[in-house]
Design a protein around this ligand. Structure first.
Ligand code: NAG
Length: 329
C-alpha cells in the first residue's frame, strides 16, 4: 500500500466521523478537499469518483497542399479515470479500435477502415491499468505495470496529458509551466468564458520546441506518429505547436470536453519536393459519465516513470520493437 504521501493522512477526527455516520460522504469530501489545495492540476477531478470519457485521436501526415498523399490513423477508446484518493488516479482504456485510411472519396474525404490488428491493439490497450499520482500538483508520476509496452504507455501518456488543465486564476491570461508528454512546457492559458468566477472555457497554446522534453531527434514526435513509424530526420523539423480547447463544468470544474491539436511541420524528404510535410495530431475527450465509487484503494507499484514520451527505439530491445511494428503497422 502506498501511504508515502507528502500531505498528512486524514485526521483521526475524520475517521471517527466515518465510524459514527453512515452519511458522512459530504464531511469527508470537504475535509480532504482542504488538504489538497496544493494539488491544483488534479483538483479538477474529485476523489471517490470515476470519470468516463470517449476518446478519439487522429494522426495524419502528408505533403502540404496535396490531399491524396495523406496517410491517417485513428484511435478510438473508452477511457476511465478513477480517483480513489485525492491526487491519485487509475487510468483504464478499453474497447479500442485502430483505423487507417484506405482511400478517398470524390470530395477528398479520407475513408477509414479497421486495421488487421485492431483487435490486438485493443487487447494491448486494455491489458493493464495505469496508476498515476500528482503529489505536488505539478509533476505527474506514473506507475506502469512492468510488462506494459512503451508504445502503449505513450498513448496513455497522451490521454493523461490532454486531461490535465490547471485551475484557473483570476487573470484572463496567464503563462505557466506545465508537465506534458513533451516535458516541462511553457503554456499560455486563456480563460474565454466564465460563469460567475468559475472558468467554463479555457484555451491553451504551446510551442512544443520550447518544451524541455521535446526530442524529435531520438523519437518520432508524437505517440500517434509512432504508430505509423513516421520517423523524420531531426534537422528538418520546422515547427511544432499544440493548441487545446477545454469545456469545464461550471459547478464542479472537471473537464467535460477536451480537444487538442498538434501540428508538426517538416522540410521535404526529397529536395525535388517543394512542399513541406505536415503531421497533424488531434485528440478529443468527451465526458460521458462520472459515477461515485467506493474504493479508496491505491497502490503505487514498483516502477516509476514520468509523463514525457519515451522513445520506443532506445528503451526497448529490438525484438520488442519489431513486435510493435508488427502490431501496429
Ligand atoms: C519548468 O521550467 C521552469 C523554467 O525553467 C522552472 O521554473 C520550473 O520549476 C520547471 N518545473 C518543473 C516541474 O520542473
Amino acid at each position: 500500500m502506498g501511504q508515502q504521501w507528502p500531505w498528512p493522512p486524514p485526521p483521526p477526527l475524520l475517521l471517527l466521523l466515518l465510524l459514527l455516520l453512515d452519511t458522512s460522504v459530504w464531511a469527508q469530501e470537504e475535509v480532504l478537499e482542504n488538504v489538497g489545495l496544493s494539488c491544483s492540476n488534479a483538483a479538477r477531478f474529485k476523489h471517490l469518483r470515476k470519470y468516463a470519457y470517449d476518446y478519439e485521436a487522429e494522426s495524419s501526415s502528408g505533403v502540404h497542399g496535396t490531399a491524396d498523399s495523406r496517410s491517417a490513423t485513428k484511435i478510438h477508446c473508452k477511457v476511465e479515470l478513477e480517483v480513489p484518493q485525492l491526487c491519485s488516479f487509475i487510468l483504464r482504456t478499453s474497447q479500442c479500435t485502430l483505423k487507417e485510411v484506405y482511400g478517398f472519396n470524390p470530395e477528398g474525404k479520407a475513408l477509414m477502415k479497421k486495421t488487421k490488428n485492431s483487435e490486438e491493439f485493443a487487447a494491448a490497450m486494455s491489458r493493464y491499468e495505469l496508476k498515476l499520482a500528482i503529489p505536488e500538483g505539478k509533476q505527474v508520476v506514473l506507475y506502469p505495470e512492468k510488462d506494459e509496452p512503451t508504445h502503449i504507455l505513450n498513448i496513455k501518456r497522451g490521454i493523461i496529458s490532454t486531461l490535465l488543465v490547471p485551475l484557473e486564476t483570476e487573470e484572463a491570461e496567464q503563462v505557466s509551466f506545465l508537465d506534458t508528454v513533451y516535458g516541462n512546457c511553457s503554456t499560455r492559458l486563456t480563460v474565454q468564458t466564465r460563469k460567475g468566477s468559475v472558468a467554463t472555457q479555457i484555451s491553451m497554446e504551446r510551442d512544443l520546441q520550447e518544451c524541455d522534453g521535446f526530442q524529435p531527434i531520438s523519437t518520432t514526435v508524437s505517440p500517434l506518429a509512432l504508430i505509423k513509424g513516421l520517423v523524420r530526420p531531426l534537422s528538418t523539423l520546422i515547427s511544432s505547436s499544440q493548441s487545446c480547447q477545454y469545456t469545464l463544468d461550471s459547478k464542479r470544474r472537471h473537464v467535460s470536453e477536451a480537444s487538442c491539436q498538434e501540428q508538426h511541420l517538416f522540410l521535404p524528404f526529397s529536395y525535388k519536393n517543394k512542399y513541406g510535410m505536415m503531421t497533424q495530431v488531434t485528440q478529443t475527450l468527451k465526458l460521458e459519465d462520472m459515477p461515485k465509487i467506493n474504493s479508496r484503494f491505491f497502490s503505487e507499484g514498483a516502477k516509476q516513470v514520468g509523463l514525457a514520451f519515451e522513445s520506443t527505439k532506445s528503451s526497448s530491445p529490438p525484438k520488442q520493437a519489431e513486435a510493435v511494428v508488427k502490431t501496429l503497422q
